[in-house]
Design a protein around this ligand. Structure first.
Ligand SMILES: O=C(O)CCC(=O)C(=O)O
Ligand SMILES: [Fe+2]
Length: 318
């Protein structure tokens, strides 16, 4: 646990660059080599990010009974300390973090499933989080068009499959207790298409570039003020026939409380994830059969959370 890790210099991608070909080449290189990169000039300004972290801290500082009233249902709401274990093989009692999920606002059915703290307790919370959702989504949408280019697809590819107008996006607020001895988030790769991550600057995030190499080598992802950290998820790895890698990562404790916001972007659940034509050939045939995006994600979620019934009993026993 206490071993020192080297710090990585991940590529920095400028989303405002007008040279989209060179940007898409850099993205390709970053996704092949690391599965992770920094995104700058993404349109989420730093003052607003700070405000969102302040609102997030206000929620997590509420008395536990106010928070558990909003316990996660339909993948939305509050998950208490230790209730989640990202690495099901770990012997720990669960990851020392709390989180709060907000689901897509893109359609009324999905938006109506969201839970919100009462206005009396936190008057600015809902508007701040809705605005944060919209801003990160629009950065993610712009990024996906350059990712499409980087894969030799039409730049509106993800738009055409409705990934942009009807994304299965989730915003997840996180607070790590920082307690020493346990991983804040145990080693995992994200399940979906892409993840956009912001942190409050407290270190802890590490990646393992080669998941098959033993012993594993972990490297620190340092904080770059104002940048969003982007990583490739397993579904994108599958879509690209492993040309892009979904990289193993974890959050190590530093003894300090740490906040982050993760934004998971997935295609609509009825989208068929089938190897991109540009990622296979006769000598490199598709490694995975086609699968519905929703089926794939449900399976992955079940492995982490079990059923809602199991979640309830784990909350009661904490
Ligand atoms: O908080 C972080 O820095 C990483 C969070 C993460 O990896 C996740 O929620 O999937
Ligand atoms: Fe993750």
């Amino acid at each position: 646990m206490g071993e020192t890790a080297a710090t990585l210099n991940l590529p920095i991608i400028d989303l405002s660059s007008l040279d989209r070909i060179s940007t898409s080449n850099s993205i390709r290189q970053a996704c092949v080599e690391y599965g992770f990169f920094y995104l700058v000039n993404h349109g989420v300004d730093q003052d607003f990010m700070k405000q969102a972290f302040e609102e997030s801290a206000k929620f997590f500082s509420l008395p536990i009974q106010d928070k558990t009233k909003l316990n996660r249902k339909e993948y939305r709401g509050y998950t208490p300390l230790y209730a989640e274990k990202l690495d099901p093989t770990s012997l720990s009692k669960g990851d020392p973090k709390e989180s709060y999920y907000i689901g897509s606002l893109a359609d009324t059915t999905s938006a109506s499933l969201n839970q919100w703290p009462s206005k009396d307790l936190l008057p600015n919370w809902k508007p701040t989080m809705e605005s944060l959702f919209g801003k990160i989504l629009s950065a993610g949408n712009k990024l996906l068009s350059v990712i499409a280019l980087s894969l030799d697809l039409d730049e509106d590819y993800f738009d055409k499959i409705n990934a942009l107008s009807k994304p299965e996006a989730f915003l997840r607020l996180l607070r790590y207790s920082g307690e020493l001895g346990y991983c804040g988030a145990s080693p995992h790769s994200d399940y979906g298409m892409i993840t956009l991550l912001m942190t409050n600057g407290v270190p802890g995030l590490q990646i393992c570039k080669d998941k098959l190499k033993q012993p594993q080598v972990w490297e620190d992802v340092s904080h770059v003020e104002g940048a969003i950290i982007v990583n490739i998820g397993d579904m994108m790895e599958r879509w690209t026939n492993c040309v892009y890698q979904s990289t193993l990562h974890r959050v190590m404790p530093t003894g300090k409380e740490r906040y982050s916001v993760a934004f998971f972007m997935d295609p609509p659940s009825d989208c068929i994830v089938e190897c991109f034509g540009s990622c296979c050939s006769e000598s490199s045939p598709p490694r995975f059969p086609p699968i519905r995006s929703g089926d794939y994600l449900n399976e992955r979620f079940k492995m982490i959370y079990g059923s809602e019934k199991e979640l309830k009993s784990s909350i009661q026993s904490n």
